[in-house]
Design a protein around this ligand. Structure first.
Ligand code: PLP
Ligand code: SF4
Length: 333
C-alpha cells in the first residue's frame, strides 16, 4: 500500500528538472562566475521571460562570456535595437492560420500549435511574440482536428508550439490517439527542443505513444551548436532511434554562435554520432529583438559552400529561408 501511494505522487523526473530551471539570469551569471558587465546584460524587464533548464546549463563553459549556449539564452542590450524590416510576426504565421491552432502554409502538411510555452526561451525565437493565448486550448484542438479530418490533402501533422513536449505524456497520448483516427493522416512529426535541454523528457511512455500509433513518427530536434550534445543526450537519442523513430535536426544560423563552417561541420558529425541527421539550417527570421543574431545571406551562402566541401552529402543540412507566401522553405542560392 505504501509503495502504491508513493508511486501516485511521484512525478516523472523531467517535470522536477523543468521546475528547477533557472528563471533569474543573475543567478545563472553568478553560477557561471560572470558579472553582468562581462556580457552586456539587459537589466530592463523584457516581456519574453528567462528560462533555462539545468542540464543545458551544465554544458556551458564557466567564466566564458562568449559561450555559444549562454549567448542563445541571455537577455543582452542589443535586443533593444530595432532594425528595419523586423516585426512581431516575421513569417506571416497569423495570416496562414486555417483555424486558431493550425497553420497551413505548404502542401500536404499542417502545423498544430499545442503548447504555448517552452522549457527554454531562446532569445532569437521567431515566435517570441506569438499570441499563444488564443491558439492553445481544448476547443482549439477540437477545431484543428475537425479541419484536418475535412482536408484530405493533409497527410502529415506537425506538432509544434511553443514546445509540444511540454505537455504531459497522457495529454499527448490522447491528442495523438485522436489524430490517428483520421484516415488520410500518415505521418506524425514532432518539432521539439525540450529533450535537448532535458534529456529525461524521453520517457518510456513517450516512446510508447510515438511508436504504437499507425502514424509514422519523425522527431525534428533543434540544436544549434555541437556543445549542446553530451553523453546523456546521446543516450536519449539512441533510445528514440532504437524504438524506430526517424530523427532529424534543424538549426538556426546565429551570429557569434554557429556562423562558421567548422562549427557546423562539428555539429553535423556530432549529430550523426548521436543517430540524428541534419535537416535544415534556417536563416534567422527578422523578429523584433533578435537583429544582433543576424547573418547576411551572402555570408550564409559562403558558409554553406564551405561546409558542402567538407561533408558527405547526407550530413549536409539544407540552408533555407522562410519567405511569407512561398510554397516551401526557400533554399538560399
Ligand atoms: C516549416 C513549416 C513546415 C515544415 O516544412 P518542411 O519543409 O516540411 O519541414 C510546415 N508547416 C509550417 C507552417 C512551417 O512553418
Ligand atoms: S525552443 Fe523553439 S519555440 Fe521555444 S523559445 Fe526556443 S526557438 Fe522558440
Amino acid at each position: 500500500m505504501i509503495a502504491r501511494s508513493t508511486q501516485q505522487i511521484q512525478q516523472p523526473n523531467w517535470i522536477s528538472v523543468l521546475r528547477d530551471s533557472y528563471s533569474d539570469p543573475i543567478h545563472l551569471l553568478r553560477d557561471l562566475g560572470l558579472s553582468p558587465t562581462d556580457v552586456e546584460f539587459l537589466h530592463e524587464h523584457s516581456s519574453f521571460a528567462f528560462r533555462v533548464p539545468r542540464p543545458f546549463v551544465s554544458r556551458m563553459r564557466p567564466a566564458d562570456p562568449k559561450d555559444p549556449l549562454l549567448l542563445q539564452v541571455l537577455p543582452r542590450r542589443p535586443e533593444l535595437l530595432k532594425t528595419l524590416g523586423s516585426s512581431t510576426d516575421p513569417v506571416g504565421d497569423l495570416s496562414q492560420r486555417v483555424s486558431p491552432a493550425l497553420i497551413q502554409k505548404y502542401h500536404g502538411r499542417a502545423l498544430m500549435i499545442i503548447s504555448g510555452g517552452c522549457a527554454i526561451n531562446c532569445r532569437y525565437c521567431f515566435r517570441r511574440h506569438f499570441p499563444y493565448a488564443d491558439s492553445v486550448g481544448a476547443a482549439q484542438v477540437d477545431q484543428a482536428i475537425d479541419f484536418i479530418r475535412g482536408d484530405h490533402s493533409i497527410s502529415e501533422i506537425i506538432l509544434s508550439g511553443g514546445d509540444p513536449l511540454l505537455l504531459k505524456d497522457e495529454h499527448l497520448q490522447a491528442t495523438i490517439t485522436r489524430l490517428a483516427t483520421i484516415p488520410h493522416l500518415r505521418q506524425l512529426r514532432v518539432h521539439t527542443r525540450l529533450p535537448v535541454t532535458i534529456p529525461s523528457r524521453i520517457t518510456d511512455s513517450l516512446l510508447h505513444t510515438l511508436t504504437t500509433t499507425k502514424l509514422s513518427p519523425v522527431i525534428v530536434f533543434h540544436i544549434n551548436h555541437p556543445n549542446e550534445i553530451d553523453a546523456e543526450l546521446s543516450t536519449a537519442f539512441d533510445r528514440c532511434r532504437s524504438a524506430g523513430i526517424m530523427l532529424l535536426n534543424q538549426s538556426v544560423l546565429l551570429r557569434g554562435i554557429n556562423d562558421d563552417a567548422a562549427t557546423l561541420r562539428e555539429l553535423s558529425e556530432a549529430l550523426f554520432a548521436a543517430s540524428v541527421l541534419p535537416y535544415y539550417v534556417h536563416l534567422l527570421d527578422p523578429v523584433d529583438g533578435a537583429a544582433h543574431f543576424d547573418v547576411s545571406v551572402k555570408k550564409a551562402i559562403s558558409i554553406a559552400a564551405n561546409l558542402r566541401a567538407q561533408l558527405p552529402g547526407y550530413l549536409m543540412p539544407r540552408f533555407v529561408r522562410e519567405i511569407a507566401g512561398e510554397n516551401s522553405k526557400v533554399p538560399i542560392a
